[in-house]
Design a protein around this ligand. Structure first.
Ligand SMILES: [Zn+2]
Length: 558
């Protein structure tokens, strides 16, 4: 039986890969594309790594796994906390394989912290605290560190530090390949997967150097940084070669990205827009309140310092009895957040996240929700959607598409997702809810050094003994990856899986129908019942600070 090796390249996009393969820049990736089958692959919404990778390894739409971002609202609060795998309850291909006594290696997949108990090895990826127990089995953590394995980069991007930043990204990637090769050689495995973050990260900060049409393009910097994105692709191509060599010719190789990549031209401050439309209200600054907060900050009575008391799960029950405004007034954060600025008692909708996510301040879901579920909720979404299509910059419409939650999510965690996902100018315009309430402008040239951002279509390529398809194929869905892998391992498809096995690409004669088409509205009973988040699955304050600091470095938080 053929083993399966999955190599995840975060943000890899055929628009770059195909021409670079043709030009001979990527020989190992080229061999996979030319000897097997490949296709553009559409991702989940919002177009972000956490829901996308989780959907890829589970075959589930986000309504069934409950992961929509790196962060989520702390229950009973408008404050954010980092997402963990075990806050929600779902199974991945590694769980299914383990249940059938197949050995796995799962390395560096975003938001898999804490690592699951599998038959084999799991090392959690982005979102895992380096100080935490990020490896299973637990004694592997020290071994990995002894090998020089690095979970993540140390250097935060800043103009003037580009070379240092690129060198660090490359060193981290090498350390991860080295550990993966050792594990593949030492451990028994039938399914192995690793995710490399480097393309996503380099595109975020260097897209304008490669793209002469980008508004921030500087022709003088091309000589120095114009090839940075290509160089990172070439570096990863070498790593792909090492893994394929280690796996051997009897292994089927799957190359997959969680989404594509493209330029970011402007940030859109959707909360400012919602305010101007009358759907969001700021708190009126009260001088006394401000004075008290400043004094508490001065005394270091910040939320961060009090977090051990406030954020501990058992504190929820107590905290939930205290009105939100009283909490916010009593305990200021070191930095001011949306939770502080917004008057929730008068706010119908708000944006949270950096793609284009709009949430309704819904009764029964948000701690101070004012919009009633049902007709009032639906009518509000109709109005916001209509107004979004009127939003213009430079006299031209900005919004391409608005996706409503009920049309794209189904399952026990469907109500945790954004009520609207907004796609603006092919994603060259993206929301930025973290810094936006400072002024009155809606559109801004990137202030976070972001010049590249995700695209809804990534890629999938397969080659090896199991693969019968050849050449470029029509678009597939990210939800199809997990059922295809399970079928390739000759494992049964669990009922909950939303995707379908790409049997046209595998010579195995499997035709598995998905349990429910993921794009349609189902009358699934589980839609209405809402699964609660696991009350024991929260980071310690130290872990939380470490993870949030890393997300700030990446620009996912401010
Ligand atoms: Zn990604």
């Amino acid at each position: 039986m053929s083993r399966i090796l999955v190599i995840g390249l975060d943000a890899a996009d055929l628009d770059l890969i195909e021409p670079w393969v043709t030009a001979g820049h990527l020989p190992h990736i080229g061999r996979i594309l030319q000897s097997g089958a490949y296709a553009p692959m559409r991702t989940t919404l919002p177009v972000m790594s956490p829901p996308a990778w989780t959907s890829m390894i589970s075959g589930l739409n986000p309504g069934k796994h409950g992961i929509y971002d790196f962060v989520r609202l702390l229950p009973g609060s408008y404050r954010l906390t980092s997402v963990r795998r075990d806050q929600t309850n779902f199974r991945t291909i590694f769980d299914h394989a383990s249940a059938h006594n197949r050995s796995v290696i799962a390395m560096n997949i975003p938001v898999t912290y804490p690592p699951a108990t599998v038959r084999g090895v799991m090392v959690a990826g982005l979102g895992a605290p380096e100080t935490g127990q990020f490896a299973y089995p637990s004694d592997l953590r020290d071994e990995l560190l002894h090998w020089g394995y690095r979970l993540d980069t140390d250097v935060a991007f800043a103009p003037g530090r580009e070379q240092e930043w690129l060198a660090d990204l490359t060193a981290v990637t090498h350390s991860q390949t080295q550990a993966m090769v050792r594990l593949m050689q030492r451990e028994p495995w039938e399914l192995a997967m690793i995710v490399y973050r480097a393309i996503d990260e380099v595109e975020t900060f260097f897209w304008h150097h490669m793209d002469a049409t980008h508004p921030q393009h500087d022709p003088h910097a091309v000589a120095q940084f114009g090839s940075a994105i290509l160089d990172i692709h070439r570096m990863l191509d070498t790593e792909v070669g090492k893994l394929i060599d280690t796996a051997g010719p009897e292994t089927t190789v799957v190359l997959a990205s969680d989404h594509g990549g493209g330029p970011q031209h402007k940030e859109v401050f959707l909360n400012v827009w919602l305010e101007q439309q009358g759907w969001l209200h700021r708190q009126q600054p009260r001088r006394l309140n401000k004075l008290r907060k400043n004094m508490m900050r001065h005394l270091h009575l910040t939320r961060e310092n009090l977090a051990p008391i406030l954020d501990w799960p058992l504190a929820w029950k107590i905290r939930n009895r205290i009105p939100m405004q009283v909490q916010h007034a009593l305990v200021p954060e070191a930095t001011v957040t949306l939770a502080d600025i917004v008057d929730w008692s008068q706010t119908c909708a708000y944006s949270m996240g950096n793609i284009g996510q709009i949430y309704v301040n819904l009764q029964g879901r948000e701690p101070e929700g004012i919009v009633a579920p049902g007709l009032e909720y639906e009518q509000l979404l109709d109005k916001i959607t209509a107004a979004l299509f009127e939003l213009k910059d430079d006299g031209q419409p900005v919004v391409d598409a608005v996706y409503r939650s009920r049309d794209i999510y189904h399952g026990p965690y469907a109500t945790y997702g954004p009520d609207l996902n907004v796609i603006m100018r092919g994603m060259a315009y993206t929301a930025q809810s973290w810094r936006e309430m400072a002024g009155a402008e809606i559109f801004s040239i990137s202030g976070t050094h972001y010049t590249g951002i995700h695209r809804p279509v990534g890629m999938l390529a397969l080659s090896g003994p199991l693969v019968t398809g050849r050449g470029r194929q029509p678009e597939v869905q990210i939800l199809d990856v997990a059922p295809t892998i399970l079928a390739g391992m000759d494992l049964p498809l669990p009922d909950e899986i939303d995707g379908r096995c790409l049997s046209e690409l595998l010579g195995i004669g499997h035709v598995n129908e998905p349990s429910a088409p993921h794009t349609s509205i189902t009358s699934d009973r589980r839609e209405v019942e809402r699964d609660e988040l696991n009350p024991t699955a929260w980071a310690t304050p130290d872990e939380e600070e470490e993870v949030l600091a890393r997300l700030r470095d990446l620009g996912y938080l401010e």
